[in-house]
Design a protein around this ligand. Structure first.
Ligand code: FAD
Length: 446
């Protein structure tokens, strides 16, 4: 219900500025060009303002949709809004020629478009980055090793300047200058977008500073994987569900002050500390071994819907993970051990080397407490390993499912790990006949 309310609110929101603008001077919109330009401008303006609201990660929207869906929607809607802005500007320039109002509108539009194109091509993994020429552009830029994700992120934040320019453009239009209600309608949306942005970038970080965590331990799980344990300075560990993630930022220590998302691997039943397990992949994660006890972090969250507690009707669960994708599952297993030890669970855990079977001692303890838990490591490239070998393909998946657990319509499937494993597993599970609504996944990219 809440989901549909939000969707309705989002898509209906342009109606308010459209109606008040039209009613302020119906004669002005007798021509189709003027009417179309006004409608496109109002829709684009409200939807672009919404992008700033959604990017601020408001909890009430996140709990309904999940962060990954919000970010995907954000990317898609920004493109649609910018196409509308483009047509709106073309019509406006045709009617009014070049003046201060249209020039500012054009600068705002170009700023939005340039930043959006760079963000889509280089920041996110979307269908666009799988199209051949775009894929090549991304590869070339990445191979130059000049720009980091943090640079793109900084640039992306500059869209706030484009929003301010867009508002100035709106305020310069004669109908907004002449009518207080129209002025109010556009001002509300601008202030909402701008307000959420400021809250997210300025107010929230300073609140988080008050709720810092201090690193108590750093454990090298493998040469490329570390677990960081942290205790809250004020003694209160945040409330979260097993499987959720947070945005972590080291605010005191040697590591860059960048914010990165990581799944919380500890159990919510543990009220003393939080832990994360991180794999060295890029510039930032390769520096994780420089984190030392005593360093301080802020944690924003929790976020995410990838938690078995959200799907209570499921009787049994299958976790299919690869590599570092084990982290949200660790949290769920640790939690189940404490509160739900009779759960029927099959964990199919893909890894390159058996040495990536981390926290082996704790796993033994979890297995001892959970009589209905079965763990099958699937090791890709370790000739010395004598158990299940290779990759989790369709054939193997079907066999392991048959051997490992009684699968029925009440079995929930949880996927996390490399994109290729997730995409293949989603397809393979669908082919086997698993309903889409029983497959849940967490992508490690936003
Ligand atoms: C919901 C979620 C949970 C995650 N949980 C874990 C985990 O438990 N353990 C773990 O090791 N990794 C986890 N990751 C992945 C981790 O966030 C990235 O590996 C890390 O941010 C990469 O940063 P880098 O500079 O080392 O690598 P880069 O090579 O710079 O980046 C690799 C990719 O990571 C993403 N990325 C980079 N920086 C950021 C950032 N600041 N914010 C958002 N995305 C970024 C981008 O898609 C980028 O293309 C998770 C990611 C998400 C989205």
């Amino acid at each position: 219900m809440r989901k549909w309310l939000f969707i309705l609110l989002y898509f209906a929101s342009p109606l308010f500025p459209i109606i008040v603008t039209y009613q302020a001077n119906p004669g002005r919109y007798a021509s189709n060009d003027m009417l179309l330009s006004m409608v496109l401008g109002a829709v684009a303006f409200t939807w672009l303002s919404w992008q700033f609201i959604m990017s601020a990660r408001p909890k009430m929207i996140e709990v309904v949709f999940g962060m990954d869906k919000i970010y995907r929607f954000h990317g898609m809607m920004a493109i649609i809004a910018l196409i509308m802005v483009f047509v709106h500007q073309l019509i406006k320039e045709n009617i009014f020629g070049e003046n201060l109002m249209t020039t500012i509108g054009t600068i705002s539009m170009i700023t939005f478009i340039v930043i959006s194109v760079i963000s889509i091509l280089l920041m996110v993994s979307s269908f666009v980055t799988r199209i051949e020429p775009f894929k090549t552009i991304r590869k070339i830029v990445e191979s130059l090793k000049v720009f980091k994700y943090a640079h793109y992120r900084f640039l992306h934040n500059m869209t706030i300047l484009a929003l301010i320019l867009m508002q100035i453009h709106v305020l310069l239009t004669s109908i907004v200058k002449a009518n207080k209600l129209v002025f109010g309608a556009y001002m509300i949306y601008f202030l909402l977008g701008f307000g959420f942005y400021c809250y997210h970038k300025v107010v929230k970080p300073s609140i988080l500073q008050e709720e810092r965590y201090i690193v108590s331990d750093v454990i090298e799980e493998t040469p490329t994987m570390w677990s960081i344990y942290m205790t809250p300075k004020n003694g209160k560990v945040m409330l979260y569900k097993p499987g959720q993630f947070g945005f972590f930022r080291v605010v005191k220590g040697q590591v860059a002050r960048e914010e990165h998302p990581f799944s919380i691997s500890s159990s919510p039943t543990n009220r003393e500390f939080l832990s994360v397990t991180i794999k060295a992949l890029g510039d930032y994660t390769k520096s994780i071994n420089q984190i030392k006890p005593g360093d301080e972090l802020t944690v924003e969250g929790p976020y995410g819907r990838f938690s078995y507690v959200n799907y209570r009707k499921e009787i049994s669960r299958v976790f299919i993970v690869g590599g570092i994708g084990i982290t949200p599952i660790l949290s769920m297993l640790r939690y189940m051990k404490d509160v739900d030890p009779k759960q029927r669970v099959l964990l199919i855990w893909g890894m390159n080397q058996i040495s990536e079977y981390i926290i082996a001692d704790e796993m033994k303890e979890i297995i001892n407490h959970m009589p209905n838990l079965k763990i099958i490591p699937v090791v890709a490239s370790d000739p010395s390993y004598e158990g299940e070998k290779g990759y989790i393909d369709r054939f193997k998946l079907e066999r392991l499912l048959n051997e490992g657990l009684l699968i029925d319509t009440t079995t929930g499937f949880y996927l996390c790990g490399p994109l290729i494993l997730m995409n293949n597993s989603i397809k393979n599970l669908s082919d086997i006949g698993i309903e889409k609504n029983m497959i849940h996944y967490e992508k490690f990219s936003l």
